[in-house]
Design a protein around this ligand. Structure first.
Ligand code: HEM
Length: 444
């Protein structure tokens, strides 16, 4: 196939009709013909990329986005039951955040923060428009009082997080028609808003659920990258930089609890209205969350047992090695006499630990309440029971790691880390496992 032919195929696919229909009617109700066409286009895009080692840059950019947007339709054509990555379109979110290629940490943090503002703004607009009777989406099970409470909470959250940044909403009110528009600098924000949230049903609160997942994913990325940066700084004894990085992680962590309080405005009955349609999708399958957890406290054996069947998470077990250094482990080597910035770093670590504990406890409460008559989570665990353990285990690990009277020896060979690049831990673990690619792959 030539570049012109694949371009023609992409152009022949009615992108705006697909987006519009998925957003309004729910993905599961899309006509079979459109779904089949999207799945077939995904196959063609993948085959073209495999068959061509040299592709024009502008076409390659389009193919990268197209394969992420179309992946869920291919997934659903091969599998009846949704899983997290296909259900949430998280591949498109990661594309927007630029975490799918080597990108400076600062740029990722900026994009995470901007994405959070955009997604909150989009969710607020959805609720406000629904209250005004102007929203064509999410017509099922609408509770006006809950929506009002939700809008107040989301607005407060937006204001607190935005701290003076002007709103930067999309200036268009319908999904753009061309792939080229979405991959342009200005259009990528439209991709974030229009190509990430395709609910399965028309239940009103499923949109809230999906957007809560997307905002949480941005927070996980912020915490993950800040923690990786802090780990590398501590290894080089740059304690001030490490403290600054952990200062970056904090606002992302602080967002999680109020965000889930807004999610709690959804009643358990409304949750049950769409829960079955989400199949086996569970955020335990979130690769970003799992990487964050590993960066913070290392591999948790209970979690690994549950996620080993999931293709994109298979390699995470590779971190269960004595040479892998988690932030909690490294924190024990910090001595206050080493740097005047050590107390600041410890303070930030402590604050991060507290924020995550608060969120985990709230999340566990939500699971207990919403799944009171269902003993299993969609991710195949014992549900609330499992979460109870992960809350306790994680806190116990972190608390132990951060105890001021426990000290690890200083890392010995600091020079060995010098030539590492953006994802040093990923690279070194991948190398040792004999993989050719770092663990952050385009599939992520
Ligand atoms: C009504 C809403 C929710 C309920 C009832 C719920 C329930 C659960 C349950 C039962 C689990 C255990 C794994 C499983 O078997 O599925 C879990 C895990 C998880 N959930 Fe939720 N959840 C909800 C919303 C969310 C949202 C919006 C996010 C945001 C991304 C999220 C993030 C997570 C994460 C990261 C895990 C893995 C936790 C770990 O392994 O420690 N959850 N959830």
């Amino acid at each position: 196939m030539t570049e012109e032919q694949i371009r023609d195929l992409l152009e022949a696919f009615d992108l705006s009709a697909y987006v519009e229909a998925s957003r309004i009617g729910g993905r599961a109700q899309l006509p079979e013909s459109i779904r089949g066409e999207a799945a077939e286009l995904y196959r063609q895009v993948c085959a073209f990329r495999v068959g061509h080692s040299l592709i024009s840059r502008d076409l390659d950019n389009v193919l990268e986005l197209a394969h992420r947007v179309l992946f869920p339709e291919w997934f659903f054509s091969e599998n009846d039951i949704p899983r997290y990555r296909a259900y949430t379109n998280v591949g498109v979110l990661n594309w927007y955040l630029r975490t799918v290629r080597r990108t400076p940490y600062q740029e990722i943090w900026t994009r995470c923060a901007l994405a959070i503002r955009m997604l909150l703004q989009d969710l607020i607009a959805y609720e406000v428009n629904s209250l005004a009777g102007l929203e064509p989406r999410g017509s099922g099970s609408f509770d006006e009082r809950a929506a009002r409470d939700r809008v107040d909470r989301l607005k407060a959250l937006y204001t607190a997080f935005s701290a003076g940044h002007p709103p930067a909403g999309p200036t268009i009110d319908a999904p753009p028609a061309s792939w080229e528009h979405y991959v342009s600098d200005q259009g990528s924000i439209h991709a974030l808003v229009y190509l990430t949230a395709f609910p399965q049903t028309v239940e009103h609160d499923e949109y809230l659920f999906l957007r809560t997942i997307h905002v949480s994913e941005c927070c996980f990325w912020g915490i993950l990258t800040a923690s990786l940066a802090a780990v590398e700084s501590v290894k080089r004894q740059q304690i001030r930089t490490a403290a600054t990085c952990m200062g970056v992680a904090l606002p992302f962590a602080e967002l999680l609890t109020p965000l889930f309080q807004a999610l709690k405005t959804m009643s358990p009955e409304h949750f049950r209205g769409f829960r079955d349609a989400t199949g086996d999708a569970s955020a335990i399958q979130s690769r970003t969350y799992q990487l964050m957890q590993i960066a913070l406290t290392g591999v948790n054996a209970d979690t690994i047992k549950v996620i080993t069947g999931i293709d994109e998470l298979q390699d995470l077990e590779g971190y269960d090695q004595p040479w892998f250094t988690s932030l909690a482990h490294l924190a024990k080597s910090i001595r206050s006499e080493d740097s005047s910035h050590a107390p600041m770093l410890t303070q930030h670590l402590d604050a991060l630990s507290k924020e995550l504990r608060k969120w985990r406890t709230l999340h566990h409460g939500i699971a207990r309440n919403y799944l009171s008559d269902i003993p299993q989570g969609t991710g195949g665990t014992s549900g609330p029971q499992y979460l109870k353990h992960t809350v306790q285990d994680t806190i116990a690990q972190a608390a132990e790691a951060l105890r001021s009277d426990v000290r690890n020896p200083q890392p010995r060979k600091l020079d060995q880390y010098r030539d590492e690049n953006l994802w040093p831990e990923e690279n070194s673990v991948a190398r040792r496992l004999g993989q050719t690619q770092p663990v952050l792959t385009p599939a992520n």
